[in-house]
Write a protein that binds this ligand. Structure first.
Ligand code: XUL
Ligand code: CO
Length: 465
């Protein structure tokens, strides 16, 4: 057959497939970028909007526990969670690790980092979010703008894609070599200024997209060795940087919450925002406590030697619970594996804090979680988010049962009932000095100490799982 004959045959074949199965469905990896840009088909063909089908469903592409419109304790499930997709993991994650090359080749990627590719990827993001039934997404400036381009150049792209809500935006201040000593805590003044300019722009973009929060994760704000580090000076610089961010937020009329995301280490040996308590102390010391809240990430909590529940409660009782980066680590692996959280008991404890806090809006649950390197199908992106959402939904249902049942809170109330007395009230009001207490101790003799009932508490928790 002559070459044009082959060409005609191919054209006929294409027309035939288009007629039978509709438009060619994905944007192939080797596709010409401009044609892909015009293409309006689906990125996730064959995957419909994910529906709630109830716990007996065996359909992996359905919710078994998350029922967006269902009310739990007077609030719709979707409003308790305000679920968000992390653009960097879901659309920029490649599966590469320190030992191996990327494993994921999504069909819409063309192997370039062009502006067209950024736009196409963003369309994939919005189709994904729509089909998942999620309203929010989170981004790093450097993940949505092509490498080597300025944010200004990427803004036109952002203007086109502002249909879905941004839960939070952030500046990526850890990848580029200029940030090797930190950003706001760098020993180099020029780096401090560059980081300020980057945050300024990222905050503007977040504001422009209607973002409800802005996150500071101090990836390299810490140290490797105290021998060459002036820790006090670096912390002072960090505080000045945050003060300037607060001032700029007010200047541009951005009403979103500023959030700090604690993490103890990785990539630095010791990061300044070690955990919720350390960060709260920092904010208090520098008079910034009213200006910031915390974004608690569960995997960061376990890295700092705490449970996620501990970190949430620490944030909550300090009035600082702002957002949750919903993920988990692996109990046998000591680093930030950013896995989807699938532990129902942990989810129940998390939701106890969230309910006690009356919800976390304008924050939400951002899936700062990625597929395992070995999970390489497009549908795995959906399955991972579905199980993440279902786990949290089970947690909410269980926590609501615990609260409605009241047995656990009664156990806690009883544990402290000796303070529900006149003298207890005096102590709690700060009106019992040591002389008075010594008099009472002598009068009462050896105190009777009751059981803490931990196993009973665990039994009560298990009864709702
Ligand atoms: C890193 C981490 C970040 C922040 C945003 O451990 O959690 O992805 O959430 O920079
Ligand atoms: Co995070």
């Amino acid at each position: 057959m002559k070459p044009w004959g082959i060409f005609l045959l191919l054209l006929c074949l294409q027309a035939f497939t288009d007629a039978v199965i509709g438009q060619s469905q994905t944007c192939p990896a080797d596709e010409n970028a401009s044609r892909c840009d015009e293409w309006e088909g689906e990125f996730f063909p064959g995957i419909d909007k994910i529906k709630y089908e109830g716990p007996s469903s065996k359909n992996p592409l359905s919710f078994k526990w998350y029922n967006a419109e269902e009310e739990i304790l007077g609030k719709k499930m979707k409003d308790w969670f305000r679920f968000s997709v992390a653009f960097w993991h879901t659309f920029r994650g490649t599966g590469a690790d320190p030992f191996g090359a990327p494993t994921k080749y999504w069909p819409w990627e063309d192997g370039t980092n062009s502006l067209q590719m950024a736009k196409r990827r963003m369309r994939a993001n919005f189709e994904f979010i729509n089909k998942l039934g999620v309203d929010w997404w989170c981004f790093h400036d450097r993940d949505i703008a092509p490498d080597g381009e300025t944010l200004e150049k990427a803004n036109a792209n952002l203007d086109e894609v502002g249909k879905k809500k941004v839960l939070w935006g952030t500046a990526q201040l850890f990848m580029h070599p200029r940030y090797m000593h930190g950003a706001a805590t760098s020993s180099e003044l020029g780096v401090y200024a560059y980081a300020a300019a980057q945050v300024k722009k990222a905050m503007e973009v977040t504001h422009h997209l209607g973002g409800e929060n802005y996150v500071f994760w101090g990836g390299r704000e810490g140290y490797q060795s105290l021998l060459n580090t002036d820790m006090e000076r670096e912390l002072n610089h960090l505080a000045r940087f945050f003060e300037a961010a607060v001032a700029y937020k007010k200047k541009i009329g951005f009403n979103g919450t500023l959030l700090i995301e604690p993490k103890p280490q990785e990539p630095t040996k010791h990061q300044y925002d070690w955990d919720a308590a350390t960060t709260a102390n920092f904010l208090r010391k520098y008079g910034l406590i009213g200006e910031f809240k915390l974004n608690i990430e569960c995997n960061h909590a376990t890295l700092s030697g705490h449970s996620c529940h501990h970190e949430l409660e620490t944030a909550r009782i300090n009035g600082l619970l702002g957002n949750i980066d919903a993920n988990t680590g692996d109990p046998q692996v000591g680093w930030d594996t950013d896995q989807f959280l699938v532990d129902i008991q942990e989810a129940t404890m998390i939701m106890l804090s969230v309910i006690r806090n009356g919800g976390i809006a304008p924050g939400g649950f951002n899936f700062d979680a990625k597929l395992r390197r070995e999970s390489t199908d497009v549908e795995d992106l959906f399955i991972a988010h579905i199980i993440g959402m279902d786990t949290m939904a089970r947690g909410l249902r269980n926590a609501a049962k615990l609260i409605e049942d009241g047995t656990l809170s009664e156990l806690v109330r009883k544990r402290y009932q000796s303070f529900d007395t006149e003298i207890g009230a005096q102590i709690e009001a700060g009106k019992a000095d040591f002389d008075f207490l010594e008099k009472k101790a002598k009068e009462w003799g050896e105190p009777k100490v009751a059981s803490a009932k931990q196993e009973l508490a665990e039994m009560i928790l298990q009864s709702v799982l």
